[in-house]
Ligand binder design. Structure first.
Ligand code: FES
Ligand code: FES
Length: 158
């Protein structure tokens, strides 16, 4: 039996008939073809699948379809506006915080969720925000530097 769910993804409303055993990650990647969100461990440990659901960073591999009903989701595809990368994405590039890139979309979403509630985070707060996101390449420092740079740019915008 299919389950009808409505949800908003990157500002767009969707009504979908889906297999209730699907996870939010499957809906995003398969039904909506938003493949920027990655699947790593599939068990809530690596953070590669992180998206923002109702303003909070969540592991989309651990959210069942029914839990996503009526929710507002932001994926990495929702970060750029009118074809221009967000300040956070630009800062990741400037600081060399992207290497193999597998963790990057999840990392960006955890950092974005932090900046949505705190535009001026400390290093400690950034480290805490990304503690559920594993990165094998960067050593994390460049990511922390990128978030600090983005926070400066965001405050200039206000
Ligand atoms: S794939 Fe979801 S946390 Fe690893
Ligand atoms: S850039 Fe390769 S895992 Fe993070």
């Amino acid at each position: 039996m299919l389950l009808l769910i409505e949800l908003i993804v990157n500002g767009k409303k969707y009504k979908l008939d889906i297999n209730p055993r699907k996870r939010l990650l499957d809906i995003i990647r398969e039904d909506l073809q938003l493949t920027g969100t990655k699947e790593g461990c599939s068990e809530g440990e690596c953070g590669a699948c992180t998206v923002i659901m109702n303003n909070k960073a969540v592991n989309s591999c651990m959210i069942m379809a029914v839990q996503a009903r009526g929710k507002e989701i932001i994926t990495v595809e929702g970060l750029e506006k009118n074809g221009e990368l967000s300040e956070l994405q630009k800062a990741f590039i400037n600081k060399g915080a992207v290497q193999c890139g597998f963790c990057t979309s999840g990392m960006l979403m955890s950092c974005k969720a932090l900046l949505m509630k705190n535009q001026n985070p400390t290093e400690e707060e950034i480290k805490r925000a990304i503690e559920g996101n594993l990165c094998r390449c960067t050593g994390y420092n460049k990511i922390v530097e990128a978030v600090l740079e983005a926070s400066v740019m965001l405050q200039k915008e206000v």
